[in-house]
Design a binder for this molecule. Sequence first.
Ligand code: UT7
Length: 332
Amino acid sequence: MRKSKILGVGHYVPERVVTNEELSQMMDTSNEWIVERTGIQSRHWFTPGIDTLTSLSKKATEMALERANLTAKDIDFIVFATITPDYFIPGNGVLLQRELGFDNIGALDIRNACSGFIYALSVADQFIKTGMYDRILVVGAEIQSSALDKSDEGRSSSVIFADGAGAVVLGPSSSDQSGILSTHLHSQGEYAEELYCKDPGSSREVRLSPEMLESGSTFLKMNGNAVFKHAVLRFMEVIQEALDHNQLEQSAIDLLIPHQANLRISQYIQQKLGLPNEKVFNNIMHMGNTTAATIPIALSEAREQGKIKEGDLICLAAFGSGFTWASALLHW
Ligand code: UT7
């Protein structure tokens, strides 16, 4: 069976940079606390009226297409990972399809939060492997800042989450030496409410009410400690699962790109895997946690910085709301 590989990768983040200093004027927090507990120094937040999820993902897609030497007309299918679409209905894949002048190709939305991009990559990988499609656009994009509680009560989440978009073009590999080796996907819904946004929801008498807005149930809620504890375990498990599946040692990894949830989580995994600094890519310091967008944004930045070479073994891993977690191993 043929393998699929990444032909081009791009990203785009909104122009507005929000520093820790700026956050400390909105809520009871400090630069010291945020840097020490999360590693984040600044992040990008969208500007209403200027940025939309579709406009961010359009710019990321244009960069990915250009780097793949392809145009929108070459794409057969779109897989769009986001939990923050521009509309409740329809999904965001179709909005991007309209915006970039693709043919009337299929567009699938994936709602797996922080693991969303790896889930999306896995779906696209199956379509390419079976020969169903030849070129698939895989997007991870998020606007989280409009669902954050920027009062003191919401400070532990609102200092982390941010906005941005990343995209890759996936196509068949022309060589046995490059391409996706395997993907591994998991979920455990018993923890759904540890990181979730309750409203608006379809199982209420009205989907959105003044009471919901008043009570704050439309904000993203996270039990940070619980998420952290599960994350460090599941990251290790799912990376090891990928290595075992391909009979590879931890030391074979040339670059690990973990979902950028918290620098302390990345550092814990790095230490457990015994990887040197140059083999782990982090950009949470200036990007924050952009949920489904963190991995494609990081891939794009790592490529720009010359940290990914032909033939390198790249490991992608993520954990987040659901809980869901996932990994992918690929040769660049
Ligand atoms: O991407 C999806 C997956 N998400 C994650 O993996 C995130 C995982 N969780 C985390 O990254 C961390 O749990 C947080 C960064 C969210 C919180 O850090 P923490 O070290 O777990 O802090 P904590 O919640 O245990 O709170 C410690 C203290 C508390 O004060 P007291 O009770 O010790 O007096 C909090 O009220 O820090 C306080 N605190 C803050 N102080 C200043 C919480 N948030 C803030 C803040 N600024 N922003």
